[in-house]
Design a protein around this ligand. Structure first.
Ligand SMILES: Cc1cc2nc3c(=O)[nH]c(=O)nc-3n(C[C@H](O)[C@H](O)[C@H](O)COP(=O)(O)OP(=O)(O)OC[C@H]3O[C@@H](n4cnc5c(N)ncnc54)[C@H](O)[C@@H]3O)c2cc1C
Length: 539
């Protein structure tokens, strides 16, 4: 029986304290926090874990520098603290990165004024990162020759953070942590409705893989459906003070356009911040910020043109980027928490802060808005609210987030060195993944990385590179098959790893190891799953 099947069986028979619908970042941190504190909790998602918004972000953990312009100092202060706390708790995952920013001639503020804002930002960040520095046009050109400085009055460098792996892996690690502490998790399980009866929620769930429906009971229900929070509340008759508005954002991934490990930040033609970011061996460009009515969106030609036109104007590339250069795309809607039904005049200024609406009488929570950056606060708040509803938090002081200690890390690194883990990848295979394997193992798998070393010692074959151009070893795919509830090949290629974001589709499909990877992940269904991927997923 697979882990997922086993979890679904447990769901059917376990009376729950809390059921969480939706396994994006908000649901995942809620599950991790509650499970660690001894609550009987389950989390389900109708797609894959982090299959919606939480796999479409800019991968930044940032203190909200742009809210300085709207004088939202309280929010900047809070976000900077959240970012610092995240960086401290996840030193190998949430990392400082420099943002190299240019200010065009005629911009709404002179460059020194914007620079003064970065100094203020550094102060809000309690000086834990490198200090900002002012740059004239010639210094910018020297530091990053691809920037077009023709119409640049000046610029600066400042620091913020990024997620080294990707957003969806970050989310998945919270789901895994919830399970390690006794929580139950299942992907591809949809909530189809719920009623409150005799002080309990009776929720109808459908396993979308087998097609079977079943009921579970829980004292408390948490709606963490991201952009679909309102839809689910309508389904079960919950009224809330907040509702969601949607802002669509896209990113395009192209071959690396600069070796500089910095985010190049510009103000795009619509006046909003626009980033050119390193993504492993590639470059990720975005994002857009356009109000849409429905959360169901996709990348349009207009979006692609906007991004490509801006890049081609802001950079002086040997050859302008075109649609043919796009390796993969990301698209999602930011769920923004808003109150009331009145028309919003300047909707881009709606706070990006989360809000949790509570129906005490029915023990129901709805999580609106939020950011990856703020996720630890969301987990803590949910625990407080659930505790206040009378659910017992037996281990209330248990820490529920963060990487294992430095001591454990050093122990792992010593063992990795002893078996020459970093030497297992041939030189050419290190190209797409320039970081040593030992670092990647520790970041992605935490304590489970010790098991991988054992496996390689016992079965040297499992230390072999499997998917060409992707630098993944057999033992990692074996671990994913056992513990990461992979239902479709896309789950593995796009969300547990970021292979399909950074390896172009034709190269990936031509990889001989891909079918072998499928055999490990899906057994007899290997060819069928590969064919399904081939048919269903484009860029
Ligand atoms: C373009 C873009 C860039 C961004 N950049 C950043 C950034 O750099 N840094 C940052 O901190 N934040 C960023 N954000 C914001 C951040 O990504 C989101 O706020 C966050 O991911 C939302 O998480 P969530 O858990 O609320 O929603 P989601 O991740 O969408 O999760 C909700 C889940 O609920 C599930 N669901 C819905 N209905 C049901 C049902 N009936 N039954 C079961 N499951 C259901 C869905 O399948 C989905 O997986 C960005 C967002 C976008 C769109």
């Amino acid at each position: 029986m697979t882990l997922r099947d086993n979890n679904i069986e447990q769901l059917k028979t376990t009376p729950l304290d809390v059921l969480i619908i939706g396994a994006g970042i908000n649901g995942a941190v809620s599950a991790a926090a509650l499970a660690a504190k001894g609550v009987r909790v389950a989390i389900v998602d109708r797609g894959d874990f982090a299959g919606e918004t939480s796999s479409q972000s800019s991968n930044l953990a940032w203190g909200g520098i742009k809210y300085l312009e709207s004088h939202d100092y309280g929010l900047v202060n809070e976000l900077c603290q959240s970012r610092n706390h995240l960086m401290e708790s996840y030193p190998s995952t949430v990392k400082e990165i420099r943002f190299l920013t240019t200010i065009a001639t005629g911009f709404r503020f002179p460059a020194p004024v914007v620079y003064a804002g970065t100094v203020m930002y550094w102060m809000f960040g309690r000086f834990v990162m490198r200090r900002p520095s002012y740059l004239c046009a010639s210094e910018i050109k020297r530091l990053e020759p691809i920037i077009n400085v023709d119409k640049v009055q000046g610029g600066f460098e400042y620091s913020d953070c990024y997620l080294h792996d990707n957003d969806s892996r970050f989310v998945f690690n919270f789901v895994r942590r919830a399970q390690e502490n006794g929580g139950i998790a299942a992907n591809y399980v949809e909530s189809q409705g719920a009623v409150r009866e005799n002080g309990l929620w009776r929720v109808t769930l459908k396993d979308l893989v087998s097609g079977t429906s079943f009921e579970v009971t829980a004292k408390t229900l948490i709606n963490a459906c991201g952009p679909y929070v309102d839809e689910h509340n309508r389904l079960i008759g919950q009224r809330t003070q907040h509702r969601h508005l949607f802002s669509k954002g896209i990113h395009l991934i192209v071959d690396r356009i600069t070796p500089t490990h910095k985010v190049l930040a510009f103000f795009a033609s619509d006046g909003r911040l626009f980033f050119i970011m390193p993504m492993g061996p590639k470059t990720c460009i975005g994002t857009t910020d356009v109000q849409v009515q429905s959360p169901r969106t996709c990348v349009t030609d207009e979006d692609r043109d906007f991004v490509l036109d801006n890049v081609n104007q802001l950079l002086s590339l040997d050859k302008p980027l075109t649609k043919a250069d796009i390796i993969s795309e990301r698209c999602g809607v930011r769920p923004l928490a808003s109150t009331g039904d009145a028309a919003i005049e300047n909707w881009t200024e709606i706070s990006r802060k989360h809000s949790i609406d509570v129906n005490h009488a029915q023990q129901h929570l709805s999580i609106f808005g939020g950011k990856l950056t703020d996720c630890i606060n969301v987990g803590n708040e949910v625990c407080e609210l659930v505790g206040a509803m009378g659910v017992s938090l037996q281990h209330n002081h248990q820490r529920w987030y963060g990487e294992p200690s430095q001591f454990e890390r050093q122990r792992f690194m010593r063992q990795a060195q002893a078996i020459n883990l970093d030497g297992l990848l041939p030189k050419e295979a290190q190209q797409p993944s320039p970081e040593p394997l030992s670092q990647r193992f520790w970041r992605r798998y935490g304590h489970n990385a010790f098991g991988l070393l054992e496996r390689i010692k016992q079965q040297p074959h499992s230390g072999k590179l499997l998917i060409e151009n992707a630098a993944y070893l057999v033992c990692e795919i074996e671990l994913a098959a056992r513990t990461e509830m992979i239902v479709t090949l896309e789950d593995f290629l796009r969300r547990r790893s970021k292979i399909s974001l950074v390896v172009d589709r034709d190269t990936l499909l031509a990889s001989k190891g891909l079918l072998q990877a499928c055999a490990i992940l899906f057994g007899e269904q290997a060819q069928a799953k590969l064919d399904e991927y081939n048919t269903n997923y484009s860029k």
